[in-house]
Ligand binder design. Structure first.
Ligand SMILES: NC(=O)c1ccc[n+]([C@@H]2O[C@H](COP(=O)([O-])OP(=O)(O)OC[C@H]3O[C@@H](n4cnc5c(N)ncnc54)[C@H](OP(=O)(O)O)[C@@H]3O)[C@@H](O)[C@H]2O)c1
Length: 276
């Protein structure tokens, strides 16, 4: 087995679908060191991709009320998995998040070297993603930071489906990640055995309004939406709106499409779910 994927969720299964026979998904608790040792001994993967974690259902507000489980799966689990991968000399990939910043860093976008303000993390979810990333960055682990994943397959976790289901939306520029481009970039980085943090978002930033206007043009001309101020969002956990700098990925020779271009191509193929 070449790849063993942990996390039988949205992105874990996207990786599995793409890697097909080269990969298996292990539904093992990533905080359980003995079970991890057993499954890695049994499957003997070359590469582990950690897509396990608590993202909250229906959203990250859940993490504010379930901090123990969130900490266990997003912080303890990745560190335990890393320890077992080091013991067995297995290359580890970890999915991180760009949701640890706010803003666009004076137009430059946040690079992998910009350390966010820990006291101003927007949510407990973001805090666990940042602390695990910071710890893993001391070791030979490849960390891919993504944001607001989307593709042409509608579903509750797809950012296009999410914003077209909200009655009211905010309108902030954000970095986002097309899932096919994430998988492509991660595989290229794995082939080069690159370690460290990489911002894996499509170059540029896009606003909610820009996406919804494209949606009206390409998917549903009858679609209507209402823009609200970000301060009027009534959520338990704060939300990150931020722009990441993608030069590091580009400097590796890994080029993925600019975000407006990428979203347009997705929307040309996107079919809303019947309930939409
Ligand atoms: N989707 C996004 O917007 C996004 C953005 C940036 C980064 N990420 C990161 O990408 C990774 C995958 O996200 P996703 O969207 O695929 O989330 P997901 O659909 O919620 O999948 C995560 C999976 O991990 C499982 N899990 C939770 N704790 C576990 C543990 N201790 N051991 C093994 N499995 C465990 C979950 O099971 P349960 O459902 O039973 O808990 C779920 O099946 C996460 O680390 C997330 O932080 C996601």
């Amino acid at each position: 087995m070449k790849y063993l994927i942990f996390g039988n969720g949205y992105l874990g299964n996207k990786f599995k679908d793409f890697l097909a026979d080269e990969a298996e998904v292990a539904s093992v608790d990533i905080g359980n060191i003995e079970k991890l040792r057993n499954v890695l001994e049994d499957k003997k993967p070359e590469i582990v991709i950690n897509c396990a974690g608590k993202t909250g259902k229906p959203n990250i507000d859940w993490c504010e009320d379930n901090k123990d489980e969130t900490m266990y799966s997003n912080l303890t689990g990745p560190l335990v998995l890393a320890k077992v991968c080091f013991e067995k000399d297995i290359f580890m990939v970890h999915l991180g998040s760009g949701c640890i910043y706010q803003g666009d860093n004076d137009g430059k976008g946040f690079s992998e070297d910009d350390v966010p303000e820990i006291a101003s993390m927007p949510s407990f979810y973001s805090l666990t993603k940042f602390v695990s990333e910071y710890m893993l960055n001391n070791f030979q682990v490849l960390q891919a930071r993504l944001r607001m994943p989307l593709d042409s397959e509608s579903g509750p976790r797809n950012f296009i489906t999410k914003i077209t289901n909200y009655k009211k939306v905010i309108n902030e520029p954000n970095s986002m990640t097309v899932i096919d481009d994430l998988i492509f970039a991660v595989i290229q980085l794995v082939k080069k055995r690159k370690t460290g943090i990489y911002n894996v978002t499509n170059p540029g930033s896009i606003t909610h309004k820009e996406i919804l206007e494209m949606y009206k043009e390409l998917v549903d001309q009858e679609f209507r939406y209402q823009i609200i101020n970000t301060e009027d969002l009534n959520t338990k956990a704060g939300r990150s709106n931020c722009v990441l700098n993608t030069d590091k990925l580009k400097n590796e020779g890994i080029e993925i499409p600019e975000i407006h271009k990428a979203v347009k191509e997705i929307l040309k193929k996107y079919k809303p779910t019947p309930t939409q």
